[in-house]
Design a protein around this ligand. Structure first.
Ligand SMILES: [Zn+2]
Ligand SMILES: [Zn+2]
Length: 195
């Protein structure tokens, strides 16, 4: 059984070996390891959609086996229709600063599943153009690389926020920097699932 005594409330941005072409993912980062380390009370895996779309059933089965919520990270509008047609519990959507990329958000929202906008500064996402039904993520891997006070500060009253590790390796399974940023911004994170 787990020996971790302090768990963070929720982490829905975790990569595993299903992100097979992501060079940052180490072979030890399996769904089983995520489930066994259990660094968060609520755990969701969000592997890159285009890396495992042809193995969707295996992905779903593996997440179910280990009690992990099955999300996916969608790399722009080209993949939205395929991703929306499959039964994910939530979507993390790479929204680059182009009109068709903002438009495609609506097709993900139409699924009725939560849509999370990760690391907006990395992709130059203009949050003014993002529907307010989306959740914005404070991302532990990237948020500290930009001026988060200036870029996210003006939107703290407009969106609901999630905190994510974006972990690709076991030692990344934490949210320390993202939680520091969220505290400084007076953000109360939204918990998406009951357990
Ligand atoms: Zn990403
Ligand atoms: Zn990611």
């Amino acid at each position: 059984m787990s020996v971790v005594t302090t768990q963070i409330p929720q982490d829905l941005h975790i990569h595993t070996t299903f992100s097979q072409w992501d060079s940052a993912v180490v072979p030890q980062q399996t769904p089983e390891l995520i489930a066994r380390v259990r660094h968060a009370k609520i755990l969701g895996v969000s592997d890159h959609f285009e890396h495992f779309a042809d193995r969707f059933d295996a992905y779903k089965a593996e997440m179910e086996k280990w009690g992990l919520h099955a999300g996916t990270e969608v790399d722009g509008s080209d993949y939205v229709d395929d991703a929306a047609s499959m039964d994910f519990e939530y979507y993390i959507y790479h929204c680059r600063d182009r009109r068709e990329e903002y438009q495609a958000i609506e097709r993900l929202l139409d699924t009725g599943k939560p849509v999370i906008i990760p690391h907006p500064m990395v992709l130059d996402t203009d949050l003014n153009k993002v529907p307010r039904e989306c959740y914005v993520e404070i991302n532990n891997r990237y948020v500290w690389r930009d001026d988060w006070l200036e870029k996210i500060g003006p939107f703290t009253g407009d969106f609901r926020f999630l905190i994510g590790s974006d972990a690709h390796q076991p030692i990344w399974l934490n949210q320390n920097v993202a939680r520091y940023v969220a505290t400084e911004l007076n953000i109360e994170e939204t918990i998406l699932f009951d357990r």
